[in-house]
Design a protein around this ligand. Sequence first.
Ligand code: ADP
Ligand code: MN
Ligand code: MN
Ligand code: MN
Length: 336
Amino acid sequence: MSKIMAEYIWVDGQKPSAKLRSKTKIVDGPVRSLADLPDWGFDGSSTYQAEGHFSDCQLKPATYIPDPIRGGENILVLCEVLNADGSVHVSNTRAHLRGVAEEFKSHDSWFGIEQEYTFFEGVKPLGWPSNGFPAPQGGYYCGVGADEVFGRPIVEKHMELCLKAGITLSGINSEVMPGQWEFQVGPLGPLAAADQLWLCRWLLYRVAEDFKVSATLDPKPVKGDWNGAGAHTNFSTNAMRAPGGIEVVKAACEKLKLKHSEHIAVYGAHNEERLTGKHETSSMTDFRYGVSDRGASIRIPMATANSGMGYLEDRRPAANMDPYQVCAKLIETICG
Ligand code: ADP
Ligand code: MN
Ligand code: MN
Ligand code: MN
């Protein structure tokens, strides 16, 4: 037996958007199952999770992956936050998704989440001139060359680390605004998709740190005629993926239409700055779905329409959304 470093990671209580925290615990390794990992504690008064007195919160390991940065037998441990008495902490949205995923597991729902984000160096997006603005949008999306693309070494490193950690990444691309990028996680079941998205975010912040760059999930990092950042959430059930599933996809869109504002409520803070109806977004106040329609709330991909089965893309979630809440809401509305 030897000592290993276990990085305990959790979602904090910041409002309106929670962020990640982590600290290192030295434990006996190698760790072979969750049962090998002890619960731990932290000072909730420093993470917006407790008042000054009685500030102890508990960290309960929920899942772990190899730590691709430290290597060896070291691990990253994603935790749920509990109160001192062991009950679920109010900031712990994973606990609710756990229940929902179990209740509707016969639907075998899959999620693929497209995480857009923006690199910042100091107060400017990465690659932006120190005075004024870069050339207008047009050549940056999926671009190549030092005049179009900023931060690729960080993105490549992040992708390599995610794969080394066993994360189900499906791809990456540079985005419409310079300094903006996207990675996609999935398709995976609800808990795995949401857990892996949070772990990917942690790895992104962590690797960018080494380049002295920060990554923000702000849905509108630069005001004006610049693209915002979203987290399109692709969703399917076993019925949608089977022949004739297109009818199930359409029925799901009709259900989503009735719950539009309930969904928007958990799709991320400041999303109104992004969902303007411009820059390939829908308007926050209208609900619309359509085949191949990138100005709709829900897009039915061309391949799904053509083959008569597949998935839908909810384009409304903002980059800073909590995937535990978004996945739970989609399952509740569509499968409920
Ligand atoms: P876009 O054309 O919107 O940019 P992307 O290729 O970035 O699409 O993302 C599509 C996402 O959809 C990927 O994360 C992929 O894993 C996911 N996906 C593919 N098939 C399914 C499915 N049947 N159910 C849920 N998600 C899926
Ligand atoms: Mn995409
Ligand atoms: Mn995108
Ligand atoms: Mn998309």
